[in-house]
Design a protein. Structure first.
Ligand code: AMP
Length: 146
């Protein structure tokens, strides 16, 4: 049995469940939205974190706002893909978590978000916590308590 399984849900913190930064696909705020769209389509993720050049978390970017931003009246204005920067389209007001955030606080955040970004005290990006990781632990704990 893994050490995570032995503990109860309330003992878990974000650090136990997060995907570390080096395994997370991301884009930079200065990238053209064309690059973000390529990353999103190639990775299959609906949304990925946006970082600055120093690796600080800035927001998230998703496919739908990118497509809306290039939508003209009668056609997609494809030239906008290379002209528009990620920072103009990204969602900025995203909740963040710290490594020591408790499980129940993270659970509340992933009710409304498929994932939340984990940052340190200075805002540097450390990874993400997904709704899947939270639900897996809830599922495990339900079977363990039978
Ligand atoms: P999941 O719960 O695994 O389906 O992931 C939920 C969302 O988290 C995905 O749709 C992505 O937006 C994001 N995500 C999960 N894993 C990664 C990753 N390795 N890199 C970037 N984003 C990710």
């Amino acid at each position: 049995m893994s050490s995570v399984l032995k503990r109860t849900l309330t003992d878990l913190t974000v650090a136990d469940l997060m995907i570390p930064a080096e395994k997370v696909a991301h884009v930079q705020e200065g990238n053209p939205i064309e690059h973000a769209l390529l990353v999103l389509v190639e990775s299959g993720y609906s949304s990925v974190p946006v970082l600055d050049l120093n690796y600080k978390f800035k927001g998230t970017i998703a496919k739908t706002p990118i497509l809306k931003s290039i939508m003209g009246i009668e056609r997609f204005e494809m030239e906008k893909l290379s002209e528009t920067k990620v920072e103009a389209v990204m969602q900025k007001d995203q909740p963040t978590l710290m490594k020591d955030t408790e499980f129940l606080t993270s659970l509340k955040i992933v009710i409304d978000h498929a994932f939340a970004c984990v940052v340190d005290e200075e805002g540097y990006f450390l990874g993400i916590l997904t709704r899947r990781a939270i639900l897996k632990e809830v599922n495990k704990s339900m079977y363990a308590s039978e």
